[in-house]
Design a protein around this ligand. Structure first.
Ligand SMILES: NC(=O)C1=CN([C@@H]2O[C@H](COP(=O)(O)OP(=O)(O)OC[C@H]3O[C@@H](n4cnc5c(N)ncnc54)[C@H](O)[C@@H]3O)[C@@H](O)[C@H]2O)C=CC1
Ligand SMILES: O=C(O)[C@@H]1CCC=N1
Length: 268
């Protein structure tokens, strides 16, 4: 992997990547951060001992530049750093919706671009990242982006046309799961359980179910059927979820996320 990596934009996802690289053993003096908010920059310097510099200096010194600003800020950051970029350098964009073509049209020819859709479980090294190469990207560049994201979880190579759907599933996905968890805890409280008991029950049920999915490789439908006794409690609950069209709501939600990802590319 290249010696210097810069992270431009150190909010939730930027810090997630930074902390993962540090946990994975990356030397802090091989990392640079560009961050607009001075108080946030100081916080990261204190927490990680990392050098926070201007975007222009970071782009000049780094071999790999991770772009972790909001999609709406991407054009400004690219305009700022483009004069410093050189062919062969690697830009790894983690921004939802932003295409490799959008980035390539704003930087010098020959700069390699990889589009990534990460997710926040990277904070505990259980991230899911999907990566797609741009048009000037060699296998070495793609492997480098894979190693970068691989330090905080799993990485899948996908065609770029699938990125908006991936954003809807795994990028935003943790929020849907947390929403379900919140809803189940509130239901437990409604049924008379102490909040701490409901919380413990829901979290362990989630972790156990996730582990079953990963470790048994059994289809989720089969696992659900194993829990559903004839005329039992689970069947009664699932009937309500079907009546309330939860399956259709998930489909509509993810179509909305996919469409929003597409719109972000157009700057809205
Ligand atoms: N939060 C999430 O779960 C995920 C986020 N992403 C993508 O990651 C990117 C960042 O998202 P978050 O970290 O959630 O946002 P955030 O708002 O927490 O972080 C963005 C950071 O960029 C900084 N910033 C803004 N303009 C800048 C500039 N010109 N130069 C340097 N720093 C600048 C902001 O001060 C802020 O600290 C977005 O493009 C988002 O689509 C992708 C997948 C998941
Ligand atoms: O909500 C968003 O736009 C970002 C991208 C995927 C997850 N968070």
């Amino acid at each position: 992997m290249s010696s210097q990596t810069a992270i431009l934009g150190a909010g939730v996802m930027g810090e997630t990547l930074l902390s993962g690289l540090v946990r994975a053993g990356r030397r802090v003096d091989h990392l640079l951060v560009g961050e607009k908010r001075p108080e946030r920059a100081r916080e990261l310097e204190e927490r990680y001992g990392v050098a926070v510099v201007g975007n222009v200096e970071a782009a000049r010194r780094a071999d790999t530049v991770a772009l972790v600003v909001k999609p709406q800020d991407m054009a400004d950051v690219l305009a700022e750093i483009a004069p410093e970029l050189r062919p062969g350098q690697l830009l790894v964009s983690l921004a939802a919706g932003i295409t490799t073509a959008f980035i390539e049209s704003r930087v010098p020819a020959g700069v390699a671009v990889v589009r990534v859709m990460p997710n926040t479980p990277a904070l505990v090294d259980e991230g899911m990242a999907a990566i797609s190469p741009g048009s000037h990207c060699s296998e070495d560049h793609l492997a480098e982006a894979e190693a970068l994201m691989g330090s905080v979880g799993k990485v899948l190579r996908i065609p770029e046309r699938q990125q908006d759907a991936v954003t809807a599933i795994s990028g935003s996905g943790p929020a849907y799961i947390f929403f379900v968890v919140e809803s189940m805890i509130e239901a437990g409280v409604h049924l008379g359980l102490p909040r701490s008991t409901a919380t413990d029950l829901v979290i362990q049920t989630l972790v156990g179910s996730a582990k079953m999915l990963r470790e048994t490789g059994t289809h989720p439908t089969v696992l659900r059927e194993q829990v559903t006794s004839p005329a039992g409690t689970t069947a009664a609950a699932l009937r309500e979820l079907e009546i309330h069209k939860v399956r259709a709501a998930f489909l509509a939600a993810m179509e909305a996320a996919r469409d929003r990802s597409r719109a972000l590319a157009e700057g809205s």
